[in-house]
Ligand binder design. Sequence first.
Ligand code: PA5
Length: 451
Amino acid sequence: MENLVKSPVNINYRGVEKFIDTPKFTSVINEALNSYETLISKNGEGADFLGWLDLPSKINSDEIACYQSIADEWRDRVDCVVVVGIGGSYLGAKASLNALLHSFGCKKNGANWPEILFAGHNMSEEYMAELLDYLQDRTFAIIVISKSGTTTEPAVAFRILKQYFESRFGKELSKERIVAITDSSRGALKEVADREGYRKFVIPDDVGGRFSVLTPVGLLPLAVAGIDVKLLIEGAVAMKNECYKKSSVNPAIVYSALRNYLYRSGKTTEIFVSYTPKLQYFAEWWKQLFGESEGKNGKGVFPASVGFTTDLHSMGQYIQDGLRNIFETTLKVNSSLREVLIPYDKSDADGLNFISGKRVEECNHNAHLGTLLAHIDGGVPNISIEIDTLNEYSLGALFYFFEFSCGVSAYTLGVNPFDQPGVEDYKKNMFALLGKPGYEDLADEISRRNS
Ligand code: PA5
């Protein structure tokens, strides 16, 4: 088996080799190559939702200039921007900001970009009350995002924030400070935005929520936070070129084939591992992408995540020694962008002088290697997805890599990656319980079940 070089995202599967029977794996690679054909020729299930495939190469400088002009306009005028959305209308931006901004809020070169806050991604009353506390003595703008325009969590949050905004700054200013991102022709959010005269951006019809990070859904919140979205797109374009290569060493095809091979051999849980807290929300984005795309018809790899070394002190025991139905996919960042050395200490009370003068990164790297060996010995196959450094470019490449892999993987699994019928069930029950008109029969049925 050949490992890959030269791509913004590489795959290394030495940690899986001992779990693989090569002829059987070759046959799964061939299945993945067929799924790749289905995906790029757009003739599989859900083909109406493949707009994301070509998206990175279609984004032009005028579109970027629109995001930039809002960013420049708000930069010195607002303290915060509240991004309202849930699921695919929230996780891409959250993952990117977590990965790219300073962990403790220090601004790059003293730049005065607004702080980005999130709302509408939960239904917690305390969260909302505390957000309003926080906004009390701050100026703010709102980006409200919902493709359907009818999702309850963001709709509730937006109703509250809209009224609060108007009570503080007046309706007129909302035309400048509220931007809606939604469907081109349908939905309650579009109606409100048209009525109130908000600026609007469209989520293309053929791009589903969890594949929408490279549309205004991800790009506008990132631009207003001062992120170079052009670089993010360049990374995605470079990865698109790699993913489109029809080859048994294409990293997306190899990853998709490995997941399906391991799943069929009883490894039904995939744990996404990272060694930096900066990837915590990228893991959440990845879980939604694979969970909603593959978990259907009684099938699908269960996507879980851990952050090491933190979780070696909580989940490490289970991964090493618990039920053997797991494999790990580690997102390895080859070099840290910052350098911190471990100092020499005269007393050496902690016995750590043997690592004095070394970088913290070297310890992290060796923790990674040590863990990898232990987990392989413990019966956990390990796929390693690798990037050089964590920056706008590699993040754009990673988004595209996992989206493409997800399409190939789900087709290989035999499911339509682009629908989410199961998400609707809880909503119907919730509407019935809350007394929404039209849900009376279901409300009666639920009250009979509960009596
Ligand atoms: O991937 C998806 O389609 C979902 O996770 C949606 O993004 C999520 O349910 C939010 O939907 P909407 O943008 O319509 O409010």
